[in-house]
Design a protein around this ligand. Structure first.
Ligand code: SAH
Length: 359
């Protein structure tokens, strides 16, 4: 008979607490630091391969705990070198994450939930129901899985919570992951390298604000300049309308030179008029804001269209003219379904590990 699966995924806790965890199991505390070094410096997750641990400790530990990042079920490689991953959690569900290299750096786009319950009408993930929230360990595990699958380890990594799910609908998992990524005994990343993107859950935003120096960067998916349009696109706006959202953001103690990012998906004839751009400028006046315009990535079944290039340029000029710091962001990985809003993990639990290349 197989031994029962260990119940403790060490990744659910920040690495500096692994000393205490190993102490509880009867090992010397410094062993916790050794395990953390294997995991975060060398990308080794299997105790059996941690050669500076005594042999009996390796087998003993494996029956008590695990370092269990999600498995790569499938990898899609884009012609622009970004990679979309289908990852299988310990519970068997599939989630998606995207690896986007730029020179020696990489940005990882990771998921906070399996599915999503906010049903934004232009978003592919919004057509799924929420299955469940991911644990801190499952979120940190996505980072580890992608980095250990990279051809060349990047010199610097940023992570954005812009995959599946609404991060602020999973505060315990997301805050746990953010703390684990910042832990000096683990990855030791600064808050600057971590961005949490939200539909704008007002009470949870206030809670993020209370994290103080540990708070990650914040991005808000605004996507409209009036409540009427925003409520059509993002049903959550009926509960937390634009004025409440902006007020909550004004209350956050922004750090020196820090800015909040507003994402604005451009939809032809819906939210892309010059008047929208002007109203956007007014709405955000006085906030330390920058705006990312994302031309909508088409999803066949949806009644939307991406504006033509002239309309995109006109919107950008108008927004600049109204005092906004604005950039147009063209999504990467569109050829492999990795672009913003396209993520929807296949539900087929039998997918086997394969690589599909787009070129
Ligand atoms: N729930 C969070 C995290 C998801 S981030 C949030 O909404 O912020 C996903 C980003 O992609 C959001 O800014 C969303 O507005 C955008 N998006 C969704 N569908 C898109 C699509 N089809 N094309 C372009 N951007 C899209």
């Amino acid at each position: 008979m197989n031994a029962p699966a260990p119940s403790l995924n060490l990744l659910d806790r920040p690495a500096s607490s692994w000393r205490a965890a190993l102490d509880d199991f009867g090992y010397e505390p410094y062993r916790g630091d050794q395990v953390a070094e294997w995991v975060f410096q060398r990308g080794v997750f299997d105790f059996e391969r941690m050669t500076n641990l005594p042999a009996d400790m390796r087998t003993g530990l494996a029956s008590q705990a695990a370092v269990a990042p999600p498995e790569v079920a499938q990898r899609f490689v884009s012609s622009d070198r970004s990679r979309r991953y289908l990852l299988r959690t310990g519970g068997g569900e599939l989630v998606e994450a995207v690896y986007m290299p730029t020179g020696e750096r990489a940005t990882l786009c990771i998921s906070s939930q399996v599915g999503c319950r906010f049903a934004c009408t232009f978003c592919q993930t919004g057509t799924m129901k929420l299955q469940r929230s991911l644990s801190a360990g499952e979120i940190v595990g996505q980072v580890l899985s992608l980095l250990s699958d990279a051809e060349l380890p990047p010199k610097r990594t940023n992570v954005v919570f812009m995959g599946q799910g609404e991060p602020l609908d999973n505060l315990p998992g997301v805050i746990g992951a953010v703390e684990a990524l910042q832990d000096p005994a683990g990855p030791g990343w600064s808050w600057r390298r971590i961005t949490v993107s939200t539909v704008g859950l007002v009470p949870a935003l206030a809670e993020l604000g209370r994290l103080g120096e540990r708070r990650p960067r914040i991005a808000v998916s605004l996507n409209a300049s009036t409540d009427a349009v925003r409520s059509e696109l993002m049903p959550i706006n009926r509960k937390y309308p634009i004025a409440d959202l902006v007020a909550a953001l004004r209350d956050i103690p922004w750090r020196r030179r820090e800015r909040v990012t507003f994402e604005y998906v451009l939809l032809r004839g819906v939210n892309d008029s010059p008047d929208d751009a002007k109203r956007l400028g007014k709405l955000l006046r006085g906030l330390p804001a920058k705006v990312n315009l994302i031309p909508w990535n088409p999803i066949e079944t949806m009644p939307f269209a991406r504006p033509d290039q002239d309309a995109i340029d006109r919107f950008r000029r108008e927004a600049l003219g109204s005092g906004l710091d604005v950039l147009v962001r063209y999504s990467r990985g569109a050829d492999i379904g990795a672009a913003c809003g396209q993520l929807q993990a296949a539900h087929d639990p039998s997918v086997s590990p394969t690589t599909v290349s787009a070129d």
